[in-house]
Design a protein around this ligand. Sequence first.
Ligand SMILES: C[S@@+](CC[C@H](N)C(=O)[O-])C[C@H]1O[C@@H](n2cnc3c(N)ncnc32)[C@H](O)[C@@H]1O
Length: 361
Amino acid sequence: MTEHRFYGDLAPWWPLLSPVDEYAEEAAFAAALLSGAATLPGGAISPLVDATRLSREATTPAGETAAPARDAAAPARETAAPARETSRRPAGDAAAPACGTATPACGTATPACGTATPAGDAATPASEDAALPDEAAAPPGDVAAQAGDTTRRARDAVTLLELGSGGGHNAVHLKKWFSMTLVDLSAAMLAVSERLNPEVEHRQGDMRDVRLGRVFDAVFVHDAIEYMVTEGDLRRAMVTAFVHTRPGGRAVFVPDATAETFVPETDHGGSDAPDGRGARYLSWSYDPDPGDTTTVTDYAFLLRDADGRVTVAHETHETGLFPRDTWLRLLRETGFRPEAVTEQTTEDRTPRTFFVAHRPG
Ligand SMILES: C[S@@+](CC[C@H](N)C(=O)[O-])C[C@H]1O[C@@H](n2cnc3c(N)ncnc32)[C@H](O)[C@@H]1O
């Protein structure tokens, strides 16, 4: 796997390049799917999440509802318009809800558990009613009573493992509702996350083979899943999620795009720190070979130190792109009962497909 400076010596710039606030809406949508609830102790997850609607639409047969579906046929990707501006963050993303579908079958596969490398510790709580069909991930409880009772909150905590947690920008929001464990390949990104989330457990590991030797109520894999560039790697990441999901629990995977929704585009962003530092990026993604399972994103970074000195860095990232049916098939083969839920978002971009994978009880 390619070593990315972005997640290495450039990692300290992550908080400026990809501000945590940009993750809030999408993290709230993910929290609802991870817990199967519209409300968790501490308040509603997101005003955009309508649990009743989620439940109804999630059991309807057939495919996506909101995403502007693209013709999956190869050449379409190339001709589909010149690159466009969006509000995406670097190699990652943002926001909240609409709903889609999928009706799976069951498979099996129960790999063994192994190990990982330590890095930190953990924190928060439970949920209310179940929104999605196969319910178990959401421990019931009196939300109002739990909200003010920290002892009970700790005991009833819903445990969540995030694979590819990066700088912890999802975790900073998700930890309000879950007791989290964060795993990432990069020690430099884990260090950034540990500063932001000192109370959360951090472990260094590869999502394709890390084994923590325990199970969680839910497993979350956000934009880092993009770094699975072959079906084999994607399957390995799914198996890792499966072995860490308790029977009756669920895993949620959020690729930036599927083959049906991918659009070549440019994006830019960044922010400034009070001490004078600042960072900006320009990203440019395209699909050089629509016949394979990868796309390419080039990044240009402008990084300004507190003394005003500016350096430039360029990096190329190869990321995976798979059809929605491939996602659903691989999840079924792994042993999950998957469904595809189309994100509801207020952001000006294509809604993402959230693959919600239920581990049979
Ligand atoms: C875009 S960043 C994730 C940012 C994250 N969503 C956040 O909240 O800050 C992508 C992350 O994927 C991690 N990554 C890439 N391949 C990985 C693998 N095989 N296993 C675990 N993490 C991986 C990188 O180290 C990087 O931190």
